[in-house]
Design a binder for this molecule. Structure first.
Ligand code: C5P
Length: 410
């Protein structure tokens, strides 16, 4: 049975050509057992009639904020409370901008502000409009507020152009909306995460390491566990306590981390490498403390295994996510890393002069995959980890669906 069964879905329709698909969205949602009420903007009326949406939803359609007729059936605040979830499909660039800025000058923006229910949007617009920094910034704001973004798909557009901006198909939207009600976006998914620094021993009291508190990796582990995943956290030395519901494997060196990851990875669905793994280790471990007899000391270092690249190169790799801390040219270098390491996604952050990242409590990330970059703006690491895990869950689900369309989710 679909998780939409007996759920109240408020469908918002805005003024884009994809509004011609809205009756099909209503039908799919109702087929899944949901009760659907529709609110449409004035411009939506240029593409689809209220009568059509009324016929398929079997309910009066909300078109105006101050409409005595519709207010007498169910007032807008009552409607906002009635909804278990709000889906805006299609969501135009203009609507996303107004939502991001908290406007409440029509029925739909008002409902979105007044509701406590989760809000999901299915963007649909010309590909240039989608790629415009203003649209992307609005999307980032909405994502950071917890709005789910479904799509858009790429392909030929009504305007004759080709690119990202097509609204997802009705069946796909119904399935994604249903997934919001499942106990967690990563239910029954095994996620292996590396976190913290590694220590590469020189002698019994000295080591080579990287600056890393482990906070980001632990926050990702906590967020993945909250989303229902079975989480294994392979952690280098940190002072942090293990998040609830997470199985931690404590390691010291990169070689130990590598071995622990390979032991856990065969049945894993997702791998997130957050650890600041030392790239080199001393070739030789001195079993006794090195005495400072001479002015110079030369250590011979050898390369450590690249754990992330090793996971991505497996025969049947999990959905693989790496981190990249860069001081400049963040997006360009992250794209290069994505290809070089053969991973599915890189979460890149700028380190150096600015006071975020590494050991701080806050961070900002740019998510790079084979499509458009997505920015998650500066926020505390727990919140950021939740937003990152939501993005990973979305992409992992889409990838496993395309690999095996009959197995939409496990
Ligand atoms: O190549 P670079 O160190 O910048 O790559 C960073 C990413 O690769 C991080 O996700 C880190 O956890 C991972 N990594 C790894 N093993 C290494 C070096 C980096 O898994 N030896």
């Amino acid at each position: 049975m679909s998780s939409l069964n007996q759920k109240n879905v408020l469908l918002g329709v805005t003024g884009g050509i994809a509004a011609y698909k809205s009756p099909d969205v209503v039908r799919r949602l109702r087929d899944a057992g949901a009760a659907v009420r529709v609110a449409m903007t004035a411009n939506a009326g240029h593409f689809i009639t209220a009568l059509t949406l009324q016929a398929v939803s079997d309910q009066a359609v909300y078109r105006k904020l101050l409409d005595a007729d519709s207010e007498s059936t169910m007032g807008h605040i009552e409607l906002a409370r009635w909804a278990d979830v709000v889906l805006v499909a299609p969501a135009t660039a203009d609507f996303l901008a107004r939502l991001a800025h908290g406007l409440a000058d029509d029925i739909l923006t008002t409902l979105c502000l007044a509701t406590e229910a989760p809000v999901a949007v299915a963007p649909a617009m010309n590909q240039q409009m989608w790629q415009h920094p203003a649209s992307q910034e609005n999307l980032a704001t909405l994502r950071a507020r917890g709005v789910s973004v479904f799509g858009p798909a790429e392909g030929s557009q009504a305007c004759g152009e080709v690119g990202p901006g097509r609204m997802l198909e009705a069946a796909d939207l119904a399935e994604r909306l249903s997934a919001l009600f499942e106990s967690g976006a990563l239910d029954k998914v095994k996620v292996v995460i590396t976190a913290g620094p590694t220590h590469e021993a020189i002698d019994p009291v000295r080591n080579i390491t990287n600056r890393s508190s482990g906070k980001m990796g632990y926050a990702v582990a906590r967020a993945a566990a909250e989303s229902g995943a079975e989480v294994v956290l392979v952690s280098g030395p940190t002072y942090l306590s293990c998040p609830r519901g997470v199985r931690r494997i404590a390691v010291t060196s990169a070689a130990e981390m590598h071995a622990a990851v390979l032991r856990e990875i065969a049945d894993a669905d997702v791998f997130v490498g957050v650890a600041a793994v030392a790239d080199y280790r001393p070739e030789k471990f001195h079993p006794q403390k090195i005495k400072k007899h001479s002015d110079r000391l030369t250590l011979e270092l050898v390369r450590n295994p690249d754990i992330l690249a090793a996971v991505a190169a497996l025969d049947n790799p999990p959905y693989t996510v790496g981190f990249a801390a860069e001081t400049h040219n963040v997006e360009k270098l992250a794209r290069e890393k994505l290809l070089k390491k053969g991973v599915d996604m890189i979460a890149a952050n700028q380190v150096g002069d600015i006071d975020i990242g590494l050991e701080s409590d806050e961070n900002a990330l740019t998510l790079i995959d084979r499509g458009d970059a997505v920015s998650l703006p500066r926020m505390n690491k727990d919140k950021l980890a939740r937003a990152l895990v939501a993005e990973i869950a979305n992409r992992y689900c889409a990838k496993s669906r395309s690999k095996n369309p009959r197995r939409a989710r496990r």
